[in-house]
Design a protein around this ligand. Structure first.
Ligand code: C2O
Ligand code: CU
Length: 551
């Protein structure tokens, strides 16, 4: 399709505020580029793609009534009915759920993948938001078709504010605000010749089958293909997210200029970190300051990527998705303030990084791609288990644990844990072949989490400076042991019982009951949360597990 880059202006999703909100998911028709027709998509409220940015004050409760008014699915032909017994009917009667990613949320309101909302129904969500200011986002999380629902458009941002990061021009930290603070929902997509979005990236896998990685060769920002933004010559604050399905990007500006990371998933860092590039995996959020003051009027600079997954290279050839958007300097001065010296850790603000306390327990978890007899013959797995397996992790409330996440695949997987935030300790290269030879992987369904000690291939690498602070997603690079430290809060701290049971909505997953325990899980109420790989294709099959925190 004739998609010239940098013609449409970057839109800003509308902002909604209030303590009672409605989010209504619709099947829509969305124009991704002015030269293309409007094509089938999903959106919330009056948006034809994505949802509004919810701005809210940390510590104030929010209720959201989520309505499913979805019609036909834009990717009806790609729905794989072998995953979790997804029925044929999902093509026309599309279930959805609403998860607030990064929210410290009671289990019944967390958008559990088995608590689905069918068309015509709604569900009320309580978000206490007893947590610090930060950059949250909401998205669909329904069992077996999350990848299709999110790619179609079911995602949006939430900015949590506090008395320092107020979002107002007179904020005490001196951060760019108003027109100079801009959300960037970064995505990559493939489009068919007729202009429709494509979830299929290879001809190798039969139509209708799960493919394992929806990649793209077109940059989409805030729902527009390769937009451009006129900027004033001054400082901007960009609240960016990798909202792609599969790809980790190495982001940089085309002129290789320096920029500053001031925050990530759960709020501001202690001080700005200058960088010239950074790797951002799906679901990671990044808060950036970019200074356009040195550009001449009319000069342009592009936001670029030069990382390409091996798998993607095989499909699309050379650097598949090299650019997201273009900024063009106008002849006007903008935000006048300098880059602040300190953020958190500054005057009156507590530092974001208290010392790491001695952990109560260390737990090893694995990321692998075991063989499975189906076409395509692969399943993505955590701990060599399937989602439905009963062998789940049950950390104790009030304890701190170190998780050693062992990735024996060659690719990065962004691991996300609901309910909690954590800090990244290190990444250490692993002798994966020796590790696997010493500990042969049993058939899927049997926990496989051997200790990586003795198979480490070098010193532990500290996280990048910008990765410090409180995270809820960690990029676990291929062939590494990535260590995080995570504290599981008590019911008193949370203000709710994190282990309360709540009703399943909708049918038990049919056709997947492979054990008595699983059958019981399918029939009973639900409990707990999930942790998973945030590659959307992976969490659908089957790189997502339940967990409970117990007293
Ligand atoms: Cu972004 Cu389990 O979610
Ligand atoms: Cu993965």
């Amino acid at each position: 399709p004739p998609m010239r880059p940098f013609v449409d202006e970057l839109p800003r999703p509308p902002v909604v505020t209030g303590s009672h909100l409605d989010l209504v998911a619709y099947t829509t028709s969305h124009r991704f580029h002015r030269d293309m027709p409007a094509v089938p998509a999903f959106g919330y409220n009056d948006q034809t793609y994505l949802g509004p940015t919810v701005e809210h004050e940390a510590g104030r409760p929010l209720t959201v009534r989520f309505h499913n008014r979805l019609g036909d699915h834009p990717f009806a032909g790609d729905i794989d009915t072998t995953l979790h017994g997804v029925p044929e009917s999902y093509r026309t009667t599309v279930p959805a759920s609403l998860h607030l990613h990064g929210g410290v949320t009671p289990p019944a309101s967390d958008g559990h993948p088995e608590r689905l909302v069918v068309p015509g129904q709604h569900l009320d969500h309580d978000f206490p938001l007893r947590q610090s200011a930060g950059h949250l986002w909401y998205h669909d999380h329904v069992m077996g078709i999350t990848r299709a629902n999110v790619y179609a458009g079911l995602t949006g941002m939430m900015l949590l504010r506090d008395e320092f990061d107020t979002g107002a021009p007179d904020n005490p930290l001196g951060l760019p605000a108003g027109e100079f603070e801009i959300p960037l929902v970064l995505q990559e997509k493939l489009f068919n010749p007729d202009g429709r979005q494509s979830l299929r990236s290879t001809a190798v896998v039969p139509p209708g089958s799960w493919e394992g990685g929806a990649v793209g060769d077109v940059g989409v920002v805030n729902g527009v293909v390769w937009p451009q933004l006129p900027v004033a010559r001054g400082l901007y604050r960009f609240r960016a997210i990798n909202a792609a399905s599969f790809s980790t990007w190495n982001l940089f500006f085309g002129n290789r200029m320096r920029f500053w990371v001031i925050g990530n998933d759960h709020g501001l860092l202690d001080a700005p970190v200058p960088v010239r590039n950074l790797r951002l995996a799906p679901a990671e959020r990044i808060d950036l300051l970019v200074d356009f003051a040195d550009l001449a009027p009319g000069e342009t600079v592009d936001l670029c990527n030069d990382e390409q997954p091996v798998f993607q290279a095989a499909i699309l050839g050379e650097v598949a998705m090299p650019v997201f958007c273009r900024f063009r300097a106008e002849d006007r001065t903008g935000w006048r303030g300098p880059v602040p010296q300190t953020l958190r850790g500054g005057p009156r603000q507590p530092a974001v990084l208290p010392p790491v306390r001695v952990p109560a327990l260390s737990r090893t978890l694995t990321i692998s791609q075991p063989y499975e007899l189906r076409v395509p013959p692969a399943i993505m797995s955590l701990n060599n288990l399937r989602y439905s397996d009963p062998d789940i992790d049950m950390p104790r409330q009030g304890t701190t644990e170190v998780w050693n996440i062992v990735n024996i695949t060659p690719d990065p997987h962004p691991i996300h844990i609901h309910l909690v935030d954590f800090r990244i300790l290190s990444r250490t290269p692993l002798r994966t072949v020796d590790y696997q030879l010493a500990h042969p992987q049993p058939p899927i369904g049997i926990r496989w989490t051997p200790d990586p000690e003795g198979f480490l291939a070098g010193p532990a690498q500290p996280p990048a400076p910008w990765e410090s602070g409180r995270k809820d997603v960690v990029r676990v690079d291929g062939g590494t042991v990535t260590r995080i430290v995570v504290r599981f809060p008590t019911a008193d701290e949370l203000g709710f019982d994190p282990d309360a049971s709540f009703p399943r909505i909708g049918p038990p997953m049919p056709g997947a009951a492979h054990s008595a325990e699983h059958a019981a899980h399918q029939d009973s109420d639900l409990r707990g949360f999930v942790w998973h790989c945030h590659l959307l294709d992976h969490e659908d099959h089957d790189m997502m597990l339940r967990f409970r925190t117990v007293r």
